[in-house]
Write a protein that binds this ligand. Structure first.
Ligand code: ZN
Length: 375
């Protein structure tokens, strides 16, 4: 089944990178675009699911006044007050997905929040700043050296702080990255600290197969590690809906290799998670966090698998062509949409992380040795 848009208005908006309208996407389900400031993704879809006793949200989107207003006024038009939100389910912990959670909980403390335990752990890591050296999310001098980054560029990688992974460079169309976003990292750090203060009492920890506590209807979490280690998608079996988060997007690929603690197994995880959703019904309507809703899950899955295998082939060829097998040298020889030389700061690190994840998958020594705490 070919990949086809299920909404011409959504796909037109994505093409023009403008905000699409709020749309009903299934019985009792609406897609509400919540803007992401200064970001080529433009918006995250928050999905609102009516369940008889109110409304449950999946991924409320980036935090901010305009965002809060966009979401709550769209809900008001649909007949829901903030106090009607009785639960919030999260696909993964990036800020363009969980940003509004603290503000919504502040107005409505009785709402539950559901997310996978591994992503809850990642948020806690931000809070404590106890990111293990070399595990991918808090780049530092050691990892820059291990990856073979030339000394005059160490500062670019070293100066990055945690909190950068939820930004524009976390997705790409060709495996390369967009423009720099490193300037927002300090802000993200305080965001996660604030977010965590509100979360612990309310989190409903998801595992593979956990059913969301809806009053009516069955929506089940499916653990799909890869983009983040705790990434989950949600499946409504009754009418074949897949809320796919960033795991499967219609036109871009999520960054693999950035997640803290998971750099060395993220590509293997991601490919297994693609196989897993490949078991779902071919007819399923895919409701992603970015882009537009579409059908043709199996074909899209095959494209994503092919994309990563092509990348692996590229890396094998580069390994043959050069004696310098550092991550930096290999990355330098790969195709990037705007060229390797255009990658700086966070985008340089994202590109190196993605290259490292692919190299590790091929069993190539990354030179980080004991820096990586887990495999
Ligand atoms: Zn996202």
């Amino acid at each position: 089944m070919a990949i086809e848009t299920l909404s011409s208005r959504q796909s037109a908006a994505w093409k023009d990178r403008v905000l699409p309208p709020v749309e009903k996407v299934a019985e009792g389900v609406w897609a509400v675009p919540v803007p992401i400031p200064d970001n080529p993704l433009v918006y995250t879809y928050c999905y609102a699911i009516a369940d008889g006793s109110g409304v449950v949200l999946i991924d409320p989107g980036w935090d901010g006044k305009d965002q809060y207003l966009a979401l709550t006024s769209a809900l008001a038009d649909l007949g829901f007050k903030v106090s009607d939100i009785h639960g919030i389910a999260i696909t993964h912990y990036h800020r363009d997905h969980i940003g509004l959670v603290p503000a919504l909980l502040a107005k409505n403390p009785s709402a539950w929040v559901a997310m996978h335990g591994e992503d809850l752990r990642s948020i806690k890591r931000f809070y404590t700043n106890a990111v293990d050296l070399g595990t991918g999310i808090n780049p530092n001098l050691n990892i820059a050296r291990a990856y073979g980054v030339p000394e005059d560029r160490w500062a670019e990688v070293e100066s990055l702080q945690v909190g950068s992974s939820g930004t524009k460079a976390a997705h790409s169309s060709t495996g390369s990255t967009g423009s720099t976003h490193a300037d927002r990292t300090g802000e993200s750090m305080s965001f996660y600290q604030q977010a965590l203060r509100q979360l612990p009492d309310t989190v409903h920890v998801l595992d593979d197969g956990t059913e969301l506590p809806l009053s009516d209807g069955t929506v089940r979490a499916m653990w799909t590690p890869g983009h983040t280690y705790g990434h989950s998608v949600f499946v409504r079996e009754d009418d074949d809906l897949l809320f796919s988060g960033d795991h499967v997007l219609p036109t871009i690929t999520p960054n693999i290799g950035l997640d803290s603690g998971a750099i060395t197994h993220s590509l293997g995880d991601y490919l297994r998670s693609l196989e897993k959703i490949g078991q779902l019904d071919e007819e399923v309507a895919v409701l992603p966090a970015h882009g537009f809703r579409f059908s043709g899950l199996h074909d899209r899955k095959a494209e994503l698998v092919d994309h990563h295998h092509a990348r692996l082939d590229e890396i094998r060829a580069r390994m043959e062509a050069t004696d310098d097998h550092s991550v930096f040298s290999i990355a330098q020889g790969l195709h990037w949409s705007r060229g390797f030389d255009s990658l700086h700061n966070f985008n340089l690190f994202a590109a190196l992380a993605e290259t490292a994840a692919h190299m590790h998958y091929l069993g190539i020594d990354l030179g980080i040795g004991s820096l990586v705490g887990q495999d």
